[in-house]
Design a binder for this molecule. Structure first.
Ligand code: MD3
Ligand code: FE
Length: 203
């Protein structure tokens, strides 16, 4: 059931299913306050993934660079608060994978539609790289690319389905990763998209 991808990376199949209803309700509240939008990279490209955030800090990208910001640039207001159901799931998954005491201050919410992809990158905008990242997949399936510490390292392909949770920490924290272009598909609850919640300790 649980798979270790490498030291520090663990896939918890279906771990989010027990809290599915609470997660989706909380997501509706967030998206009503901070709708999904397509950010622009520092190089000027519109990202195919649509994003929003919850929690004290939100990840944003624009022509000036990438950063964590307490304010939603579209509304000028703080990001929606981190739902209790989000915090609990992230902490439980992290503890299960061996990272006790994980208290995320940022939840980046990514929405993928057919054809959307996320190219290979590292997550290194966080202050303490000793803290893990917890990701929750919802909706239509995707193939996750899990590479090495160098962009040119060969990547493993990891299929991720509705309810799967992955915890990335320790030596896996700085591995390159991405998502292959999504195939058209349909999910009974989420429709034709995939939503990924990425929990981080940013500050
Ligand atoms: C592996 N999102 O938002 S989450 C991202 O499915 C991001 O939306 C992907 O990568 C998505 O930055 C993947 C899984 C993930 C997140 C961080 C990692 C995998 C990771 C950091 C190190 C290694
Ligand atoms: Fe990432």
């Amino acid at each position: 059931q649980d798979e270790s991808l490498c030291e520090g990376a663990m896939v918890l199949r279906g771990f989010a299913l027990a809290s599915e209803a609470a997660l989706l309700q909380a997501l509706d509240v967030i998206v009503a306050q901070a709708p999904f939008r397509h950010l622009v990279t520092p190089g000027g490209f519109r990202m195919s993934v649509a994003m929003t955030n919850a929690g004290p800090l939100g990840w944003v990208s624009d022509r000036r660079g990438y950063r964590y910001d307490p304010i939603d640039p579209d509304s000028g207001k703080p990001w929606p608060s981190m739902p209790a159901a989000f915090l609990r799931l992230a902490a439980e998954a992290a503890a299960y994978a061996g990272f006790a005491g994980f208290v995320p201050d940022a939840c980046l919410i990514n929405r993928y539609e057919a054809g959307t992809r996320l190219s290979l990158h590292q997550d290194r905008d966080e202050h303490d790289l000793g803290q893990p990242i917890v990701s929750v997949s919802l909706g239509i399936p995707a193939v996750f690319l899990f590479g090495g510490l160098q962009r040119s390292d060969r990547a493993q392909r990891v299929p991720l389905a509705h309810g799967d949770v992955v915890v990335w920490g320790g030596p896996a924290r700085l591995r390159y990763h991405g998502v292959l272009p999504l195939k058209p598909n349909h999910h009974d609850v989420l429709g034709d998209c995939r939503i990924n919640l990425t929990f981080r300790r940013a500050s």
